[in-house]
Design a protein around this ligand. Structure first.
Ligand code: PLP
Length: 400
């Protein structure tokens, strides 16, 4: 029956699903919004349900697969898997481990507070011991060899104190004791560090940050060898924590400019750190690319091209939480937004935001004080950013 003779209900459902005469290849992939596909052959359908094709959006979807190819490429990985958020990626890595009761897991003591809270809850559920260590300390690899953990979660650059651990040394220690090393490389992004090249087993990204770069989609990825990524893909079919097609599309669009943006963010952050360091308003200005960074030699070795990343943290002299909140309200160019990696400059009060889910004792051990601010340096004029931050600090401390 010719299409035009079909019932309007049938035509309403089938019209406009294919473009006639469009033979040109499109530069940008379409957003594949269809959650479901079908085949003429039942055998093809049968095979596709194991994930070979794109028959059901929770099993596998086109935009997600394209993003995963791109992430694997950037991470120098055999494969990658994507998730609805960075937290879902972290959870998936923990859950993929064959832990026995009393097995040990190590996490960075000064890492992202939400990761710590998540691992604490998951460890309690599985009867596993969670140990928090400062993984950037010179004897961290010796402590790992003593503890003999099954899984270690490090951060490429810790959130928010910007400590840089020796991933190569941690990886060697993990190999010795049969532990898997996962590195949350969100802060460095694959431009500054590809943990798999340094011996890590998993590289985890919250793509919400630098990779997307425009704060318009949440997402997370895990990259690694086929043997470690395939079980994660299988588990994701059941957990349902897949990234949606439009989010994957936006993330892939952002990823195209990641290397160029990252270089500019690093250059701007270096200038901002220099201007702030010249002021007497701070107890400490922390920037992994600064010459006075405590372990500059290591940060140079761990972060490609000796770059320092797009984040700068500082402690405002004599400031309490109120003064820091006044700072957040006094910036004019920067935005007091609890995230990072955007084209705009974001400022954040660490103790009440990224370290919010840590206990006061955990924050104290980590060295996260009430006067600590983290800046994600944007693509605005770096001199204007520095000026904005300095005027806001002056305003914040002038009221007593
Ligand atoms: C933001 C962040 C996460 C969590 O990612 P979401 O996409 O927000 O779930 C994990 N690790 C680090 C270092 C982060 O900055």
């Amino acid at each position: 029956m010719p299409d035009r003779e079909r019932d309007l209900r049938t035509r309403a459902v089938h019209a406009g699903t294919k473009l006639e005469g469009a033979a040109a290849q499109q530069v940008v992939p379409p957003v594949h919004v269809s959650a479901v596909g079908y085949f003429d052959s039942a055998d093809d359908l049968d095979r596709s349900l194991d994930g070979q094709d794109f028959v059901y959006g929770r099993i596998n979807s086109q935009n997600t697969a394209l993003l995963e190819d791109a992430i694997a490429e950037l991470e120098s990985a055999e494969a990658a898997v994507s998730y609805s958020t960075g937290m879902a990626a972290l959870k998936a890595v923990f859950e993929a481990q064959a832990f026995k009761q009393k097995d040990r897991v190590v996490i960075a003591a000064d890492g992202y507070g939400a990761s710590r809270a998540l691992f604490k809850a998951l460890a309690a559920e599985r009867g596993v011991e969670l140990h928090a260590l400062k993984l950037d300390e010179p004897d961290a690899h010796l402590k790992l060899r003593e503890l003999r953990p099954k899984l270690v979660l490090a951060e490429s650059i810790t959130n928010p104190l910007l400590a840089v651990p020796d991933v190569q040394q941690l990886a060697a220690a993990c190999k010795k004791v049969g532990a898997r090393l996962a590195v949350d490389a969100t802060f460095a992004s694959p431009v500054l560090q590809r943990p798999l090249e340094l011996g890590a087993d998993y590289s985890i990204q919250s793509t919400t940050k630098w990779i997307n770069g425009h704060s318009d989609a949440l997402g997370g990825t895990v990259a690694g060898a086929h043997a470690l990524i395939e079980p994660l893909k299988k588990a994701r079919i059941l957990s349902g924590a897949l990234l949606g097609p439009f989010e994957a599309w936006l993330t892939l669009r952002g990823l195209r400019t990641l290397p160029v943006r990252m270089r500019a963010h690093c250059e701007h952050a270096r200038i901002v750190a220099e201007r702030l360091s010249a002021s007497s308003l701070f107890d400490r200005v922390i920037y992994p690319g600064a010459e006075d960074y405590p372990n500059r030699e290591l940060s140079r070795a761990m972060l490609q091209g000796g770059l320092g990343g797009g984040l700068v943290s500082f402690e405002i002299k004599g400031a309490d939480r109120r003064a820091c909140f006044r700072f957040l309200e006094s910036v004019r160019i920067a935005k007091p937004a609890p995230s990072l990696g955007d084209v705009s400059t974001f400022v954040m009060h660490a103790a009440s935001a990224s370290a919010r889910r840590m206990t006061p004792e955990e924050r104290q051990v980590a060295g996260i004080g009430e006067n600590l601010i983290r800046v994600s340096v944007g693509l605005e004029d770096p001199e204007e950013i520095a000026h904005d931050l300095l005027q806001a600090v002056e305003q914040a401390v002038s009221v007593q």
